[in-house]
Design a protein around this ligand. Structure first.
Ligand SMILES: *Cc1c(COP(=O)(O)O)cnc(C)c1O
Length: 390
């Protein structure tokens, strides 16, 4: 081991958080302050002027995010969607075109379809599992960004990050990856060629279902023509739009990140066992999990992910009502939206997280159930599912 190049967990635990020089406090302080005393007009201490612009607790998180994602610079926001909005308004303008996945997170689709499109940004949908489909949607000179998620939510589709990075860069298009489902620990899109990574830190990064937050990390050098100043444009828009992470929320995400690696290992182990159980059931008609060799994206996922993650979706025979009823019967699995916390969650995407895409190309099957497999004892999780499914 070389301390010159610390490993993932060493960075997750230490980056941005040196013990406080005055008190020795091992954890960073929560600087619950809006403003800072100036030593004479314009005499800022370490650059701190006003907490929308910068706050030391947020700085600690932003440095940690950049370190674990292998990027140049990190930015923390009030939510995942705030980070997406900031990124898109920083880099796109009316008249531009963006390509997004056919099964994007519902809120991402709503932001683009209902907010950015009326503002003048056009979009196309492409199946991210087929890089050629993405290439086919590029409008030379007009398409400015390709946005993907991998794995996708809720159908766990896999996109080949390196292949799409090449397609994007050949066309002079910026490439952004929503890395929420995989987490920084399981997947490193910047190393595979992405220009910007986004996270809903509400999910695995925070990891305890106690905070809503978002993050962007920009790659060390963005060489897409016209986008070389991406890091500065995001910084300018983060301050101008103002949807920043507060000190307490920054601190919670920072604390969550310290255990990201061990949590993800356990999420993956438990998810694999839940998938094994689902495979034994006759009434489970389809399982969506990239760890299955039968999954069309399995080989790509095996190449670009450390393991296959904690999210599992499946279809249950008997129609939508049967799925809705089964979800309501679990005791340990909590019926709720969101994902990535230590506690297992179960939900019906069609009526819950993805209700906003009903009637569009992104509509999901009515008998689909989505699991966010937590880190409880997996035997208990399986027993509870078994009882609920009957
Ligand atoms: C939750 C989520 C978002 C949005 O993040 P918020 O923190 O809820 O604003 C974006 N992408 C994915 C994949 C998500 O799961």
């Amino acid at each position: 081991m070389s301390i010159e190049q610390p490993g993932f967990s060493t960075r997750a635990i230490h980056a941005g958080s040196e013990p406080d020089p005055r008190t020795g406090s091992v954890t960073p302080a929560i600087y619950q302050t809006s403003t800072y005393k100036q030593d004479g007009v314009g005499g800022f201490r370490e650059g701190y002027e006003y907490s929308r612009s910068a706050n030391p607790t947020r700085t600690a998180l932003e440095e940690c995010l950049a370190a674990i994602e292998g990027g140049e610079r990190g930015y923390a926001f009030a939510s995942g969607l705030a980070s997406e909005d900031t990124l898109m308004r920083a880099l796109l303008k009316p008249g531009d075109h963006i390509i997004i996945p056919t099964d994007a997170y519902g809120g991402t689709f709503r932001l683009i379809d209902k907010v950015l499109k009326p503002w003048g940004v056009d979009y196309s949908l492409a199946k991210v599992a087929h890089p050629d489909a993405i290439r086919g949607e590029i409008r030379p000179g007009v398409t400015k960004m390709i946005w993907i998620e991998t794995p996708t939510n809720p159908l766990l589709g896999i996109a080949d990050i390196a292949a799409i990075a090449q397609i994007a860069h050949e066309a002079g298009v910026l490439f952004a990856v929503d890395n929420t489902f995989a987490s920084s620990y399981l997947q490193q899109p910047l190393a595979l060629g992405a220009d910007v990574v986004m996270h809903s830190t509400t999910k695995y990064a925070g990891g305890h279902s106690d905070v809503v937050g978002g993050a962007l990390v920009v790659n060390k050098s963005v060489t897409v023509p016209g986008f070389e100043d991406t890091a500065d444009r995001i910084a300018f828009h983060q301050n101008s739009l103002g949807a920043v992470a507060g000190p307490m929320d920054s601190w919670l995400v920072l604390r969550g990140l310290k255990t990201l690696a061990v949590r993800m290992e356990q999420h993956c182990t438990n998810a694999e066992k839940v998938v094994e159980y689902l495979q034994t059931r006759q009434d489970v008609t389809h399982i969506y999990y990239p760890g299955l060799e039968s999954h069309p994206g399995h080989d790509v996922a095996a190449r670009q992910m450390k393991r296959f993650g904690g999210m599992v979706s499946f279809q249950l025979a008997g129609g939508e009502q049967n799925a809705v009823d089964a979800i309501a019967r679990t005791k340990i699995w909590t019926l709720g939206e969101s994902l990535g916390g230590v506690e297992s969650l179960i939900e019906h995407p069609g009526r819950m997280t993805h209700a906003s895409v009903k009637g569009t190309e992104l509509e999901v099957p009515g008998d689909l159930i989505r699991l966010s497999v937590g880190i409880e004892d997996v035997d208990d999780l399986i027993a509870d599912l078994d009882e609920a499914l009957g």
